[in-house]
Structures are given as structure tokens and as C-alpha cells.
Ligand binder design. Sequence first.
Ligand SMILES: Cc1cc2nc3c(=O)[nH]c(=O)nc-3n(C[C@H](O)[C@H](O)[C@H](O)COP(=O)(O)OP(=O)(O)OC[C@H]3O[C@@H](n4cnc5c(N)ncnc54)[C@H](O)[C@@H]3O)c2cc1C
Length: 390
Amino acid sequence: MRFDLIVAGGGVVGASLVRALRGLSIALIDARSSDLAAAAPDGAGWDARVYALSPGNVGFLRELKVWQAIPPERLTPVYGMQVHGDRPASAIGFDAYRAGVPELAWIVEDRALQSALWQTLWSQDGCTGFPAARGVQLEFDATAGVRLELQDGRSLESSLIVGADGAHSFVREAAGIAVTARQYGQTAVVANFRCERAHGNIARQWFQGGPVLALLPLPGERVSMVWSLPDVDAGRVQGLDPMALAREVELASAGALGALEVLTPPQSFALRRFTASRLVQPNLALVGDAAHVVHPLAGQGLNLGLQDVRVLAETLLGRESVRGLGDLRLLRRYERARAEDILLTGATMHGLHALFGAPASGWASLRNMGLNFSDRLPVLKNLLLRHALR
Ligand SMILES: Cc1cc2nc3c(=O)[nH]c(=O)nc-3n(C[C@H](O)[C@H](O)[C@H](O)COP(=O)(O)OP(=O)(O)OC[C@H]3O[C@@H](n4cnc5c(N)ncnc54)[C@H](O)[C@@H]3O)c2cc1C
């Protein structure tokens, strides 16, 4: 079976790319079953995996007609952000009204977004879906371009394969692309809570000298927690009974939202950072977590992945008629356009993690002074905001 391109991985990043490339003949393979399209969370259940997405990426998902397919009652606009240091009164705040924008971000559940993407994908003109499929062998040759063999023996050919298959990418590994990984020794524990006090559509975060706690607003009186903790503490926190967990989070958040009640059992995700040594080679491109993984302390991973998709789709659709999709010179334009953002975001997340994890008291004063200082500098705040709104 021959296609213009193969997209390996139908997570939010891969599925968005397929939608953005309507008009091309695409093979989309994903290890999960297509039943996922029907797995949108219902009224009662709230997904503990949520994303804070930038207005720029939400605009992109609107252009793809994906955002409109998510029930509005499952979406939460963020009007303010409060980031607290690990000393009392050290904080920085952002406000949509003062920044002159309708909202600073949107919070969306993973399953709601994934289901909206998948609902129409399998019937998209030109898209042939291979759900519950995995690649087992990947070959490159000058005539065929790429040949991908699936575990059931089917063989797919194309000029380009895009690896959107997440942090443990088969495509990246089969192509021999190395990653420089760094373990944080931290695990993110996520859970949803009902809160006694109104969250006011404000995303709140506390740096705690290593651990980082975030409470993101969900519709109504609900918040979603992402707590990045040293591995041993994460194991302990995950093992707490619901009452004890709620009390511990109340304490860590200085009671900002009053009494909390656990709504979803905690889940955990091991944290690490890496960037692939290259994003492209002839007939191949990497996007999303297959290309880079960052610490989730500022919720930038999927935002970076969607920006990859925006740039790659624009590059492929805007190619000169003489260039094939797998042409290395074309793919290098994508790699060059993404290099700075990926490096900067990864390094910033890592730097913040290192700065707020440093135990020495001198560092503690400096980082907390830095927060207060930045809070009083409108120019710096605007720069930070401009980056976050893209
Ligand atoms: C706790 C936590 C909180 C986060 N919060 C945020 C946030 O607020 N905002 C944000 O922007 N980012 C956030 N992130 C980062 C975000 O989750 C990831 O960056 C994003 O999910 C990556 O999407 P992806 O589509 O690239 O990869 P994935 O979501 O991993 O999708 C990969 C897809 O490929 C498929 N697949 C894998 N292997 C194969 C194979 N061999 N063959 C076929 N298919 C395969 C999988 O089934 C899956 O569908 C957070 C991360 C964590 C851990």
C-alpha cells in the first residue's frame, strides 16, 4: 500500500498533523484501538490528565475544526496565573485583562481532546487508519522512500514517515536517532479535586524547593492537580487515602482553595527530559514527544508538539512543486524553524527546575527575590507572556 506519507502515532500531536494535512493521502497507524473516538468523558467523570494549552494552539485547533467539537462545558478558560516561590510573599502574577487578551490559556481534558480529534479522523478523505497497529520494521531506500512493516505482515510505503509515537518512539529508535536524556528522579502525581472556595479561573503553582505543585481550574468547583515530587514522596502521596491526600494538598497550597475533596484516584507519570539529536533525515521527521520531552512544570510539552505540527504542516504544504515530501532540504526548513523554540523551552523548564530545586539558602533568597522582581517589571512580564500565548 502506497501513501504520500505515513504518520506513526495518533496521539494529540499525530492526529492534529493528519487533520492539518487534509488533501494528502495518509496512513495513520496507532497502537490503540479506534474505540478511543467514543471514549469522551461523560458528564460525571472528569479525566485526571488535562492540558493547559496556549491561545495560539487553541486557535490552530479551531482552524482544524477540532476545538468546536469539544463540548464547551468541558473547557475552562484561564484568566489569571499565580506562581508562588518557596518563601512567604514571593510570587508573580499574570492577568488576562491587564495583558489585553481574552484568556491566558485553556484547560482541556486529554480524552475530550483526543476523542474530538479521532471522531472525524478515520473518515477523513485521503486518510487510511490502521488502529491497533504497530510498526515492527522500518526501511529506507532510494526508490521506495520508506517501507514500514506492521506486526500483522502488512507493508506500507511512502515518501515520508512522521514519528509522532511519543517519548518511546519506535520510529526514532528504528532510524537510529539518539537522544540525550536526563532523569529528574521526580514523578508527577495527578488527581482532580472539588474545592470549597471558587478558583476564579486562576491557575496556581507553588515551587517548594524541588517539588512543584500546580492546581489548574476545571469547570465548576473542580481543580486538576499536577504535583511533581521526588520519586519516593510521589509513591507515598499516591498511597495516601483520599482524606489524607486532600489534607496534604490543602497544606501544600496554603489553603488557597479551602477544603479539598478527591474526585479521581491519583495517577503518576515518571519525569525526564530529552531532545532527539536531530528532528529530520531523508524521508523522516519527528514531532511532539518523539522529538522532545520537557518537565511539565509550565505545561509546555503538548504546546511544543502542536507548534511542531503547525510548522511541519506549513512546510510540507508550501513546498515547491519540484520537491518531494521526503526531500531533506525541505525537511531541514522544519528542523531549523523549530530548533530555537525547542532548545529554549527545554532549557527554561530545566533551569527553573534546577533553580527552585537548589537547597542552598543563598539560592533560595535569589530565586524568591527574582519572582518578586519580575512581578514588578511589566516589560519582562510581557515578554514571558508573549512566549506563553503563542
Ligand atoms: C503530568 C503531566 C502533565 C502535563 N501537562 C501538560 C500541559 O498542561 N500542557 C502541555 O502542553 N503539555 C503537558 N504535558 C506534556 C504532554 O502530555 C505531552 O507533551 C503530549 O501528550 C505529547 O503528545 P504526543 O502526541 O507527542 O505523544 P503521546 O501522547 O505519547 O502519543 C503517542 C501516540 O503514539 C502511539 N504509539 C506509541 N508507540 C507506538 C507504536 N510503536 N506504533 C504505533 N503507535 C504508537 C500511542 O498509542 C499514542 O497514541 C504534561 C505531561 C505530564 C507527564
